[in-house]
Design a protein around this ligand. Structure first.
Ligand code: 13P
Ligand code: SF4
Length: 388
């Protein structure tokens, strides 16, 4: 079960602890110039950053924003970034699909990925002429680590003619071997499109077995999958949903589709991070819980001060590797540049372009809740047989 924090009235989020040792060590001080540049920004994050912490954070915010201007750089900030990054230095914010669309068209020389490595790769695949930086190379993803390009080659040999869709949470070499990518904002649309294109009643959707099962419950296409899972969302259970309803009568429970299907069965609504944020803004429930990564609630709460958030907190250790400090270092030293061999980039781009070429949906996909979880088949390949 996730750690439960009832924010109660006023939506007080977990308080971060920060001392000004870091900014002082970096030679950054809260002087009059920094005050003039940043003090008007404090209000944007005053629910997250205490007044005592601000003199430690403001010099970093000022330095990052200056470096962006000097170097013509932008920061693409995923919804799971902490609020100091998301609200104070992020230029474009959103879910995986929104950030990919932004990377493809953004006018800048440098993209700093406020997100994990596969997202930085997606930016580089779509914007090869730009320098793409990731502040910490260790910002990985349990889904991306679960499958390789070699695995997909073996799947193709075993299931010739069956289209293979990869969730964007994969490395470039996996994308390069797949027919099309999808995100949780468009997965059903992509699966049905590729099935029709291939004239197939089956589609293989890798590597997230839970996303695949949640998609399978919403389409007549037979879905096969791979035994990958998000280490954050797999921790939520239907028992958690029940416990939340008991502890917080009337609470509206929203879940990300990387959660196991019995969580979606018990939840009130499910969708990508963008869909969850839209739901809260449009429907303004009195009390809500987001079954997803912790920072998401912090970011959505700031936009919806009248909504009370219960905060079950599962942190993504990979997303949390990205900090204001290492964004500053990354822009100062131009580290770490993401590169992809050109042959792999071209093939991976074909899979992403196939997704981006589909008609743009008016809004991110609503996953149906209340559906009975389906058992679906895992692909069978020699590596899975050896590992079993
Ligand atoms: P979305 O933002 O596309 O919903 O993805 C969630 C996620 O886990 C990204 O790592
Ligand atoms: Fe990967 Fe899950 Fe972290 Fe997203 S939240 S980056 S899917 S481990």
């Amino acid at each position: 079960m996730a750690r439960l924090i009832d924010a109660g009235p006023g939506c007080a989020p977990p308080t971060p602890t920060r001392s000004n040792e870091t900014s002082t060590a970096l030679g950054l001080v809260y002087d009059d110039a920094v005050k003039a540049e940043t003090d008007h920004l404090y209000e944007l994050a005053s629910d997250f950053i205490t007044p005592i912490e601000w003199p430690a954070i403001a010099p970093l915010v000022a330095a990052v924003n200056r470096l962006k201007r000097e170097k013509n750089a932008v920061i693409l900030a995923h919804n799971y970034m902490t609020p100091d990054i998301f609200r104070l230095v992020g230029d474009f914010r959103g879910d995986s699909l929104q950030l990919a669309r932004e990377a493809a068209k953004v006018e800048a020389d440098i993209i700093v990925q406020g997100g994990v490595h596969f997202m930085a790769e997606t930016s580089k695949i779509l914007a090869p002429e730009k320098t793409v930086l990731i502040p910490d190379l260790r910002a990985g993803c349990s889904l991306a680590a679960s499958i390789t390009g070699e695995d997909v080659k073996l799947i193709k040999e075993t299931y010739p003619g069956v289209p293979i869709v990869t969730y964007v949470n994969t490395t470039a070499d996996v994308k390069a071997e797949c027919h099309i990518t999808c995100t949780s904002s468009n997965a059903v649309q992509v699966v049905e499109h590729v099935a029709a294109e291939f004239g197939s009643d089956r589609v293989i959707l890798v590597p997230d077995q839970f996303l695949a099962r949640n998609v399978a419950a919403m389409t007549d296409i037979k879905i096969m999958t791979w035994p990958g899972a998000c280490e954050v969302h797999e921790l939520f259970s239907a028992d958690d949903v029940e416990a939340l309803r008991e502890a917080h009568p009337g609470v509206v429970i929203l879940a990300h589709p990387e959660c196991p299907p019995d969580v979606l069965e018990a939840a009130d609504y499910a969708g990508s991070t963008a869909a969850l944020a839209n739901y809260v803004s449009e429907r303004a429930p009195a009390k809500v819980v987001l079954l997803t990564e912790c920072s998401m609630s912090d970011n959505v709460a700031a936009e919806n001060p009248d909504v009370n958030f219960v905060r079950p907190c599962n942190l993504c250790p990979h997303m949390k590797r990205i900090t204001l400090e290492n964004i500053y270092e990354c822009l100062t030293n131009m580290t770490h540049e993401v590169t992809i061999p050109e042959d792999i980039r071209i093939d991976a781009k074909a899979a992403i372009d196939a997704m981006l070429a589909l008609p743009k949906m008016e809004k991110p996909l609503d996953f149906e809740t209340g559906l009975k979880p389906l058992d679906i088949e895992l692909v069978s390949t020699p590596r899975l047989a050896v590992d079993a």
